[in-house]
Design a protein around this ligand. Structure first.
Ligand SMILES: *Cc1c(COP(=O)(O)O)cnc(C)c1O
Length: 415
């Protein structure tokens, strides 16, 4: 697609008219006048979620009560929702299960990887990774004194891997820079040294194609409340390649992962397949909401989603260039759209206050230290006109120094 020399709002509107995803915006309840560029942190609410939760509250829970575990198949929701996520991440239906938080699933899979690679003691992770990923690995190593966590810069990963490596864990798309890692290449590197590969899909599931099986990945986790639009604190998901499912030990031996939970046996015996990776009772309200978020992808394909996200990112950056030079923003995301995920991160010494000033103008992005301003692009509901308007607001915030308002300097608990 070619870009005219002078970009105008009319051009962005014409892109919206030609957008194959344009009808999906109406499937979300977005507040009037809000430009929501934070779907990489909390996805917007699908309209269908409201109906589904009301039905769940009034009929399934309110009237049918405990029978609903059977009659509405509440007990099967982790698998039902996992199977709906599977095609978005290049997995088979029985390789994905929705449960717990990303943090807990990381604990389960890092622990399992260690057990599957006995005699190997090293976990390799990337410097600058999302904190919880590193914390969980640190905690596991603290409890197993023979284990070591080796945190390296991305370009040193290949040299860090060796005969003692049990696991390489990486984010497919990084949370701060929005950098996409080559899944096939890193998975092959891990396998070349006999290690397992764990992918974190928090910032790629629902935003771009993911090819876990084509890349021969072993393990993966991902988030339900970002691009999958599952709602605040939605259950996360985990993936275990079929070839590992019968040998993988569940780090949390809970009754819901037992082969026959309602036998109430005193001996733990893992369920066959992925169900053993469940711990306790599924979060039914959360899973139902996540199911509706994931369902919205059924009518589209991830190539189309990625093409829009990529085009929005390119245009966003093009509009930003003059502002960046004039007001001293640095580009944190990769300049190459191929290596950039569905977000654009720039930094500025007054990044936090600038984000607050934008929010006051109804342009919602977020801030990540030290100076990162993140703009998430959610192709299911963000429009090209949103991109145009967001940049006009940013220009006004900078030109009039609106960010200097003392109210915008105060750090809130969640940034
Ligand atoms: C969002 C995110 C998480 C969130 O984990 P929770 O357990 O849901 O709090 C973890 N890791 C990465 C890389 C994320 O982007």
């Amino acid at each position: 697609m070619s870009t005219p020399n002078s970009l105008t709002r009319g051009y962005f509107e014409s892109l919206d008219r030609a957008d194959p995803l344009r009808d999906l915006r109406a499937e979300f309840d977005l507040p009037e006048g809000r430009i929501y560029l934070d779907g990489n942190s909390l996805g917007a609410r699908p309209r269908a979620t409201r109906e589904r939760l009301l039905r769940l509250l009034d009929q399934e829970w309110g009237q049918d009560l405990i029978q609903s575990w059977n009659t509405h198949n509440w007990v099967g929701l982790p698998e039902t929702v996992g199977a709906a996520i599977a095609p978005l991440i290049g997995a088979e239906a029985d390789e994905v299960i929705a449960a717990d938080s990303t943090t807990v699933n990381l604990y389960k899979l890092i622990s399992a990887a260690q057990a599957l690679r006995p005699g190997r003691h090293q976990i390799v992770a990337e410097a600058g990774d999302f904190p919880t990923n590193l914390y969980v690995a640190q905690g596991i190593c603290a409890a197993n004194p023979a284990s070591r966590l080796h945190i390296v810069d991305p370009d040193q990963i290949a040299t860090a891997l060796g005969p003692d490596t049990a696991l390489l864990m990486l984010c497919h798309a990084t949370y701060l820079k929005g950098e996409v890692h080559d899944m096939a290449r890193f998975t092959a590197l891990a396998h070349d040294c006999g290690a397992l590969m764990l992918w974190d899909l928090c910032h790629s599931a629902g935003a771009m194609p993911v090819e876990l099986n084509r890349c021969a990945a072993d393990l993966a986790v991902g988030c339900g409340y970002k691009y999958l639009n599952g709602g605040p604190g939605a259950p996360a998901f985990l993936y275990v390649a079929r070839r590992h499912q019968e040998s993988i030990p569940p780090a949390i031996c809970g009754w819901m992962g037992h082969g026959a939970p309602f036998d109430f046996s005193q001996e733990y015996r893992p369920a066959p397949g992925l169900r053993r990776m469940l711990s306790g009772t599924p979060s039914v309200l959360g899973l139902a909401a996540l199911h509706e978020g994931v369902r919205l992808f059924a009518g589209t394909d991830m190539q189309t989603v990625r093409a829009k996200s990529r085009r929005m990112g390119e245009l966003f950056l093009e509009l930003l260039q003059p502002l960046m030079r004039q007001y001293g923003f640095d580009l944190i995301s990769p300049a190459d759209p191929e290596r950039r995920s569905s977000q654009l991160t720039v930094s500025h010494p007054h990044g936090y206050a600038i984000v607050q000033a934008l929010i006051a103008r109804s342009v919602v992005g977020d801030f990540r230290p030290p100076g990162g301003i993140r703009f998430g692009l959610a192709p299911l509901y963000d429009s090209y006109a949103d991109v145009w308007d967001a940049v006009q607001h940013l220009r006004a915030v900078m030109a009039d120094e609106e960010w200097r308002d003392p109210g915008f300097q105060i750090r809130k608990a969640v940034t």
